[in-house]
Design a protein around this ligand. Structure first.
Ligand SMILES: NC(=O)c1ccc[n+]([C@@H]2O[C@H](COP(=O)([O-])OP(=O)(O)OC[C@H]3O[C@@H](n4cnc5c(N)ncnc54)[C@H](O)[C@@H]3O)[C@@H](O)[C@H]2O)c1
Length: 333
């Protein structure tokens, strides 16, 4: 069986991708320092616990498992944290990614799928954001993603390494079988925060209702994490066939406002989410929705689960079942 190294395999998107790889007949070998992930989510292959900046450990893992391809999720993910503590983001996301590229050189792994982000676009003032838009990130987090995208192009020009950067919009939802889901601590994403508020947590803060959108709240593009995982399996195949573009948006191409998300949650769960209205957050664009035509063509990818009711229903099932059980195991250990 072919092995693929998955950095951040104990995390949210990484664990869903491990499941998709296993279903495609590929063994995922997870490499994760467990700083933001959970060992309990590593269910589809071995786990090596280590920091990305340990180049020797990564290179040894690549050689030991005869890895030719890597999917690179590991890193710091919270935009606010990147402003408050940029050293954490430059350390893990830039130094860590460069360490991985060096380990791939040493270990002879040629192909890389990189978790980039819509944050590389900054504040694009267009209804749909295409890959050709200027790359003008406004946060340290977004800049770390852009720096690595640029490094990947330079490495590809000078070596056998080939990479594809997938620029995710908002990953959401959970595995339809309830085997994995979102377990971030602290949580910063809208849907899990809204579900926690419904379940007795503190009311959800809505960051501004005076934007230039139909209901005044921000509009985002939510893509089901299972569809996102599928895009990675397809991106690997495109790299192997030598036919991969450097960067692709991964989104549904459909935008929903915060209020629309809350309405769908109320329909799915049967109760209204308690909210409190807050101020706008610095750097939040009113609307951020993918022009997702290129990925559909390049990878023959169609989001099969990314309607908002399906996203919310899977996230709610995970919140009530798997997430509680997994947190319980961690607390009992
Ligand atoms: N969740 C989203 O909506 C979203 C959107 C755009 C981009 N992304 C990117 O996708 C990737 C995965 O996001 P996620 O939501 O699954 O995050 P996550 O926090 O659930 O997973 C990241 C994993 O990386 C591990 N990690 C962090 N620093 C590490 C280090 N130095 N060495 C080894 N492991 C380390 C963590 O333990 C964690 O398991 C990230 O690179 C993120 O920037 C996510």
């Amino acid at each position: 069986m072919k092995n693929v190294l998955v950095t951040g395999g104990a995390g949210y998107i990484g664990s869903h991708t491990c499941k998709a790889l296993a279903a495609a007949g590929v063994q995922p070998v997870s490499f994760d320092d467990l700083s933001g992930g959970d060992e309990a989510l590593v269910r589809w292959g071995p786990l090596v616990v280590g920091d990305l900046r340990d180049t020797a450990r990564l290179a040894a893992t690549i050689k030991q498992h005869a890895v030719d391809a890597v999917i690179h999720f590991a890193g710091r993910i919270a935009v606010g944290e990147s402003v408050a503590a940029p050293w954490l983001h430059y350390g893990a996301n830039v130094a860590g990614s460069l360490s991985l590229l060096e380990a791939m050189r040493q270990g002879g792994a040629r192909h890389l799928v990189f978790s980039s982000s819509a944050a590389v676009y900054g504040l694009p003032d267009v209804p749909w954001v295409s890959e050709e838009m200027p790359l003008q990130p406004i946060s340290p987090y977004g800049r770390t993603k852009l720096m690595i995208e640029q490094a990947l192009r330079d490495y590809a020009a000078a070596s056998e390494q080939r990479a594809i950067a997938l620029r995710y919009f908002n990953a959401a939802g959970a595995d339809p079988d309830g085997e994995t889901g979102e377990l971030h601590e602290p949580e910063t994403h809208l849907i899990p925060l809204a579900l926690a508020a419904l379940d007795g947590g503190k009311p959800l803060t809505v960051f501004g209702d005076d934007y230039d959108t139909p209901d005044g709240t921000c509009i985002r593009d939510y893509v089901h994490v299972t569809d996102l995982a599928d895009a990675h399996v397809r991106a690997l195949a495109a790299l192997e066939s030598g036919d991969a573009p450097a960067a692709l948006n991964v989104g549904s191409g459909r935008g929903y406002s915060v209020r629309e998300v809350l309405t769908v949650i109320e329909q799915v769960v049967g109760r209204a989410v308690p909210i409190c209205m807050g101020q706008r957050r610095a750097g939040d664009p009113a609307r951020l929705v993918a022009d997702a035509r290129r990925i559909r063509q390049a990878l023959d990818w169609t989001p099969a689960h990314s309607t908002l009711p399906e996203i919310v229903a899977s996230a709610w099932a995970w919140h009530r079942g798997g997430a509680k059980a997994t947190r319980g195991q961690v607390e009992a250990a």
